[in-house]
Design a protein around this ligand. Structure first.
Ligand code: PEP
Ligand code: MG
Length: 325
């Protein structure tokens, strides 16, 4: 089966009725970054910068970060790279920056921490901008945003880093595209305002599911309740996509849902045309999409949205796939 998928890996992803879907790859470990990372992909749709931070014994310096980001950008060979700023806190601890909290997932994580420590944030932004010097590949993504003020503050730090670098001799840096993760539910209802501030949004379906359903994404005791196919979650994803289409704000999905065949089918049916996933899922999702029509997927979606829970959603989708194969 893997061979069958691989044979089509380099062909573009398009449904049988001509709907083009961009497939990008999620990355994090620098050791896994080589030229093959974007094979058959349209770019790196999520680079989790916290992973190299987590593997060190101290905060990496600006020059160490520049080297790492250059490695990522060059592995992408000219294709776009969405680099997410530090998303520590929650389930992602830094050994040299302990955080003790009762509710870490509701606590000091992602952009919150970066804005409280501008010295860390500015170094990271400066490193990203310098690593991308002379190219237009870089897009910067802000994690865990829950307010418009956070976006405004983060943008002003990006502006500050950019202006500083512009005056430092010899720096030919370009202004990057900027985006926010859509993973805190409240932001779903402020997309009109978000669209005035950023160039794109990327749905973190893992955290969005966790926060919509109030289910810890890592707690085995409630893992059966963590379900991105819950019809309520699907409705939220539907709203996000239709609002972004209305606002001409590019939207993609970089959570686990995009890596799953049924998840990818639902997302394309909802109107998403840019999915970022684990490298291992890429060839399979491409193969699947090239055999389905958007019209059929939209019919499936109408049936799915009538279901009362995630289990029924999956079973309707599995029956659909059986009929197609
Ligand atoms: C997500 O929340 O879906 C996401 C992509 O980010 P992470 O899994 O790194 O929190
Ligand atoms: Mg997340």
């Amino acid at each position: 089966l893997q061979k069958k998928y691989a044979a089509e890996q380099k062909l573009k992803t398009e449904t049988t009725d001509g709907c083009r879907v961009k497939l990008c790859v999620n990355a994090g470990l620098l050791s896994g970054i080589g030229a093959s990372i974007v094979d058959g992909a349209d770019g790196i749709g999520l680079y989790r910068t916290e992973i190299p931070f987590m593997l060190q014994q101290r905060f990496p310096s600006e020059s160490e970060q520049i080297k790492g980001y250059q490695q990522v950008l060059s592995a992408a060979g000219g294709k776009p790279v969405v680099m997410r700023t530090l998303d520590v806190g929650g389930d992602k601890p830094l050994p040299y920056f302990p955080i003790k909290e009762e509710n870490p997932f509701l606590g000091w994580r992602g952009i919150r921490l970066s804005l409280d420590h501008p010295e860390i944030f500015l170094v990271q932004i400066r490193a990203m901008l310098q690593a991308a010097e002379g190219s237009d590949q870089l897009q910067i993504l802000l994690p865990m945003v829950s307010t418009l003020d956070e976006i405004d503050q983060a943008l002003s730090y990006v502006r500050q880093a950019f202006d500083e670098l512009k005056i430092e001799a010899g720096c030919k840096i370009t202004w990057p595209k900027l985006g926010v993760m859509l993973e805190v539910p409240a932001l779903l209802y402020q997309l009109d305002e978000v669209a005035k501030r950023v160039d794109f949004v990327s749905v973190g379906s893992n955290d969005l599911t966790q926060y919509l359903l109030a289910v810890d994404r890592n707690n085995p005791r409630v893992s059966s309740l963590f379900d991105s196919y819950h019809p309520g979650v699907l409705r939220a994803l539907e709203r996000a996509c239709s609002d972004c289409q209305r606002l001409s704000l590019p939207i993609s999905v970089c959570g686990e849902l995009a890596s799953e065949p049924i998840g990818a089918m639902m997302l394309v049916a909802l109107g998403y045309d840019n999915l970022s996933m684990n490298q291992g899922a890429l060839a399979r999702i491409n193969y699947l999409m090239r055999r389905l029509s958007l019209a059929d997927l939209q019919d499936l979606l109408s049936a799915v949205l009538q279901q009362k829970n995630g289990e029924q959603v999956r079973s309707v989708a599995i029956n659909f796939l059986k009929q197609k194969s």
